[in-house]
Each structure stands twice: as structure tokens, then as C-alpha cells.
Design a protein around this ligand. Structure first.
Ligand code: NAP
Ligand code: F7E
Length: 367
């Protein structure tokens, strides 16, 4: 490590503060004063709730690559849920802790014991359709869970600086008649999931304003990957197309084909999460590609890779998959993230579909 802090990094208490070049750059170390020598370099530490999910797995990979120590909250289940992080489990800097996001006391203890520099709150019952059937549980995980994380960070903040990322969602915009949606667009949530995310969003802002916590929302639009859960529409389509081609499935049952979403690649979006916490000030960011497509477009693009198949021959509508209140059209403007974080998506719609199709037909590599 050739980096040496300059004199202006010493604050009024004589402590050495890590400058933004360290936070935003490639060094995973934070700089701390030491009794005998002037500084010691300490490995940065992150705590991820929802580490076994799509985003949690990519984020854990990213942070371990950057040299972080990573703590992850994992639910105890009778079957293995660590599929997405199986390749990381032997990593010496990955530490798994059993727990549930609805158990605030245990979460508090874990956060105080592990003393993370950064907390990424990704745990949630994240399926919008299911949230109509499970409104209370969804609210307990999404909204209650976020509050437990913020409260734990507020306690930890008494002894050290900690930064919190809250996984907010474009679903919060609902059916607002303003396109594209930005950081100042009004929220009009259309599901129990979205209502709970709006609550968590505002709690995050209030902990920032009221308690001086470095807490920031990433308002992420839909992002997908070969690791996307099979019950979300994109992965449902790419998996079904591959199975139908192999003769393992005949029909694909879907709901509303006219819904339009701004679909990006999850690998790009976890990079944005990290950048949000390296920014000098805690503030909220829309993360999106700026381009929307309908479910029908996603079908067209997927089946383009399967010469012998026409989706019109295999897709059937199932009314059970239509939501009581649907969000019709979302598209985000992430100019603020481009200007302040230098973030831009690397994978476009066609590239995303190709990645997922290649994975599900077995010809691609996992990403
Ligand atoms: P995901 O694949 O559904 O992962 C959710 C994670 O939360 C999983 O690790 C899951 O654990 C965990 N979890 C659920 N209930 C829990 C509980 N009671 N206690 C502890 N952990 C629990 O979701 P994702 O796509 O990675 O999304 C990550 C976060 O971003 C979520 O908060 C989601 O709402 C939000 N978000 C997602 C998108 C998107 O397009 N992907 C967009 C905006 C916001 P198991 O593995 O055990 O189920
Ligand atoms: O639905 C329509 C459905 O479930 C997308 C979550 O990560 O992103 C995700 O929420 C659209 C909707 O994602 C089926 O009605 C049609 O209009 O893939 P989805 P979502 O609801 O947008 C946001 C940003 C999050 O925050 C959430 O956590 O596709 N659709 N037919 C269908 N959707 C599903 N799931 N299944 C169908 O058969």
C-alpha cells in the first residue's frame, strides 16, 4: 500500500479520516490512528442482509473482489438456500450468520458485534404479486426489516461511522403519469410491497435528517440476470423457452403482456449500490437504463434466439397471474447517478436477454 494521507485528513479530534479518493477508489482499506505509529490500515467491512438473493450474491462477489470482509445474514431453512453464493462460501473473508430480518434484537446484536463500515439492506419478500397474498409478512420484512437495520446502525454510530444502503424500488412510483421517473417524482404505490418500500424509503431519509446517519436509498428499476428468481417474468420466460426447446415443457402461462419495465442487468446495479455508499454525501439515486420494453418485447427478444419456436404458439394467459392493481409503465432517468457517481449501465436489453438465454440453454457462462 503506497497510499499516505496528507495533513488535511486530520480532523479536529486529531483522528485520521479516510478521504473520498480512498472510498471511491480501489483501496479496500480504511485508515485508523494507532498508539505508536501514525496510522494503521484496516480492512473495510460490509454487512449484507439478503446475501443469498440475486443482488446479494453479485454484491458479495463485488465486495470480496474489492478486498472487503463481508458478513451476510442467511435464513435457516431445511433446504439449502445458499445456491447463489455457493462458489463464495469457502472465501476466508465471507462470514455467514443465521438470522431473520424480522428479528430486530438478533440483527442489532449481529451489527454491533461485526461493526461493519457499510450495511446493505437487501433482505425482503420481494415478489410484488405475492405481496397481495402476504401483505403483513411482506410489510414485516420490507418495512420492519429496514427499520431494524436503521436502528442497529444508529446504535453502532455511537462508537463508529457506518453507512447504510436501503434497497428502494421503482415500484414505489406505481402508476404516476410522469415519464421518465426521477428522484423527485411523486410515489403512488400500487401493492403491499410498494407501500412497504415507500415506508422504508422515508424512514431512511428521516434517519439521515434526524440522527445524522449516512443512510441512502437506491431507487432501483427492474434488474435481471441468470440468477434472477424463476418466478419473476424475465427468468420465467428464458427458462421456459429453453425447456420447451428441450421438450421438457409445453406451455408458458403468463399474466399481463402489455406491462412495460425498464430492465437492466443486476451486475451493473450492485456496482451502483457500492458507489452510492462511497459518495461524499448521503443522498438518494434512481438507477435505471432509461429504456423500457413490454413483456411482449421480452418474449420477442427471447424467442429470437430459438429459430424453431414462435412464442405465440406456446404462451397462454392465466388470469391468476394478473395483479389486483398493476403498474403499467416504468422507465427511469438515472442522470443524477451518471453525474455524481459516474455510473452508467454496461449491459443493454438485447445483451441482458442473450446472457439469460445462453445461461438457461446451457451454452453460456454464469455471470
Ligand atoms: P431476491 O432475489 O428475492 O432476494 C431477497 C433476499 O432477501 C434473499 O436473500 C432472501 O433470502 C432474503 N430474505 C427474504 N425474507 C427474509 C427474511 N425474513 N429474513 C432474512 N432474509 C430474508 O431479491 P433481489 O432481486 O436480490 O432484490 C434485493 C433487494 O432489492 C430486495 O429488497 C428487493 O425488494 C429490492 N429490489 C429489487 C429489484 C430487482 O429488480 N431485483 C428492484 C428494486 C428493488 P432467501 O434466499 O432465504 O429467500
Ligand atoms: O413482473 C408482468 C407483471 O414479477 C414484471 C421485483 O424485483 O421489480 C420486480 O417487480 C411485470 C409485471 O417484476 C407475469 O404483471 C406478466 O407487470 O417480473 P415481475 P416486478 O413486479 O416489476 C421491482 C422493481 C421490484 O422492486 C420487485 O422486488 O411482468 N407479468 N406475466 C408477470 N410477472 C410475473 N412475475 N409472472 C408472470 O407470469
Amino acid at each position: 500500500m503506497g497510499y499516505r494521507p496528507s495533513a488535511d485528513l486530520h480532523n479536529a479530534n486529531g483522528l485520521v479520516r479516510a478521504p473520498s479518493v480512498v472510498r471511491g477508489g480501489v483501496l479496500p482499506w480504511k485508515i485508523r490512528p494507532h498508539l505508536s505509529t501514525s496510522i494503521v490500515l484496516v480492512m473495510r467491512c460490509a454487512f449484507i442482509t439478503g446475501i443469498t438473493g440475486q443482488d446479494g450474491s453479485y454484491l458479495a462477489e463485488l465486495l470480496l473482489q474489492k478486498g472487503y470482509k463481508v458478513h451476510g445474514l442467511v435464513r435457516r431453512t431445511s433446504a439449502m438456500v445458499t445456491l447463489r453464493i455457493g462458489h463464495l462460501l469457502a472465501h476466508p473473508e465471507l462470514h455467514i450468520h443465521y438470522g431473520d430480518i424480522t428479528d430486530g434484537q438478533h440483527l442489532m446484536r449481529l451489527v454491533l458485534e461485526t461493526e461493519p463500515d457499510e450495511i446493505y439492506n437487501l433482505a425482503a419478500q420481494s415478489h410484488v404479486r405475492l405481496s397481495f397474498d402476504l401483505p403483513v409478512y411482506t410489510t414485516q420484512t420490507v418495512s420492519g426489516g429496514a427499520l431494524f437495520v436503521l436502528e442497529a446502525a444508529r446504535m453502532l454510530q455511537r462508537s463508529k461511522e457506518v453507512r447504510v444502503y436501503q434497497a428502494s424500488s421503482s415500484e414505489m412510483f406505481g402508476n404516476i403519469d410522469e415519464w421518465p421517473q426521477t428522484e423527485v417524482t411523486r410515489f403512488a404505490p400500487q401493492s403491499p410491497y410498494a407501500c412497504a418500500k415507500v415506508h422504508a424509503f422515508h424512514q431512511t431519509v428521516n434517519y439521515r435528517d434526524a440522527f445524522g446517519l449516512f443512510a441512502a436509498n437506491g431507487i432501483l428499476f427492474n434488474h435481471e440476470s441468470p440468477r434472477r428468481g424463476a418466478e419473476f417474468v424475465t427468468r420465467k420466460i428464458t427458462l421456459a423457452a429453453a425447456r420447451i426447446q428441450r421438450g421438457e415443457q409445453e406451455k408458458l402461462y403468463l399474466g399481463n403482456l402489455d406491462a412495460a419495465r425498464d430492465w437492466g442487468y443486476a451486475g451493473d446495479y450492485v456496482n451502483a449500490m457500492w458507489r452510492i455508499l462511497q459518495h461524499d454525501e448521503p443522498t438518494d439515486f434512481v438507477i435505471a437504463t432509461g429504456v423500457s420494453h413490454t413483456v411482449r418485447d421480452f418474449l420477442d427478444e427471447t424467442f429470437r434466439h430459438f429459430n424453431s419456436l414462435e412464442w405465440q404458439d406456446v404462451v397462454e394467459t392465466d388470469s391468476k397471474l394478473i395483479r389486483p392493481t398493476e403498474v403499467h409503465h416504468l422507465v427511469g432517468d438515472s442522470s443524477k447517478a451518471a453525474d455524481l457517481l459516474g455510473w452508467k449501465p454496461q449491459v443493454d436489453f438485447e445483451g441482458l436477454v442473450k446472457l439469460m438465454v445462453e445461461h438457461d440453454t446451457g451454452i453460456g457462462v454464469e455471470r
